[in-house]
Unconditional design. Structure first.
Length: 236
């Protein structure tokens, strides 16, 4: 009976030592990709507002203003699908008189949002928008309409960059990169990925140069953890 227990204990020790010897080595790297994006469109919004006792009456006036504005935008080659004007706000209109707060009527507000693909048309467009006398005009916002496609492409480039970094670092240490253990587009990796810091190498990306006037720098980073093997192990 004692002999059986001793054999079992030795077997457990062998398994434990084997598991320890086969501990997975990893390398964590940060891949980065940047792209200079030039605006190809702009977007703005402006708001019409009326106040009065007759809610139906002021609504009709604001709706007419929005209709005139929509016709003007279409005449300036803004596409209909790039115009949105259904954001409506209605609230009571109060005035303070002789230390009493009295409701005078209602305020009806409607905002027109639009995106235009001809940046050169801004001067003529803002002049005509101003002539409509809206209560509020937003600032000009330059945009790139292909930004989501660019971001996806940058993610792929950043992943390639991560693998190349890992390969270069592993080669210096006479090791080779194996399977991917973890990858993320910015989310922190699980804590257990970084528990054994003695067996992990880390690479970080430096800041990129500033963008040129009229351009925006889009930067994407990914975190990737690879298995790491000695060269002798992979050649067996």
């Amino acid at each position: 009976m004692f002999h059986i227990k001793l054999v079992g204990f030795i077997a457990l020790l062998v398994i434990a030592n084997t598991a320890s010897a086969q501990a997975v080595r990893t390398i964590a790297v940060t891949g980065e990709a940047t792209h200079q994006v030039t605006p190809d469109a702009f977007k703005m919004h402006f708001t019409f507002e009326r106040r009065g006792e007759d809610l139906v009456g002021i609504k009709q006036k604001v709706d007419d203003d929005v209709l005139d504005a929509t016709k003007m935008l279409l005449a300036l080659s803004v596409k209909e699908e790039n115009i949105r004007s259904m954001d409506v706000t209605v609230y009571p209109w109060f005035e303070n008189k002789e230390q009493q707060r009295t409701q005078r009527g209602f305020v009806y507000r409607r905002t027109v949002y639009f995106t235009h693909h001809d940046i050169d048309a801004f001067d003529a467009l803002i002049e005509q928008v101003s002539a409509l006398k809206p209560q509020q005009i937003s600032q000009l916002e330059l945009i790139n309409t292909n930004i989501e496609k660019i971001k996806r492409e940058l993610t792929n480039e950043a992943l390639k960059d991560a693998r190349e970094k890992a390969k270069e670092m592993a080669k210096v240490m006479d090791m080779e990169v194996g399977h991917v253990m973890f990858m993320s587009d910015g989310t922190n990796p699980p804590e257990h990925m970084f528990e054994s810091r003695g067996r992990m190498l880390m690479a970080t990306a430096s800041d990129g140069s500033p963008s040129l006037p009229g351009e925006n720098t889009i930067r994407t980073q990914v975190e990737v953890v690879f298995e790491l093997f000695t060269v002798s192990h992979t050649k067996r």
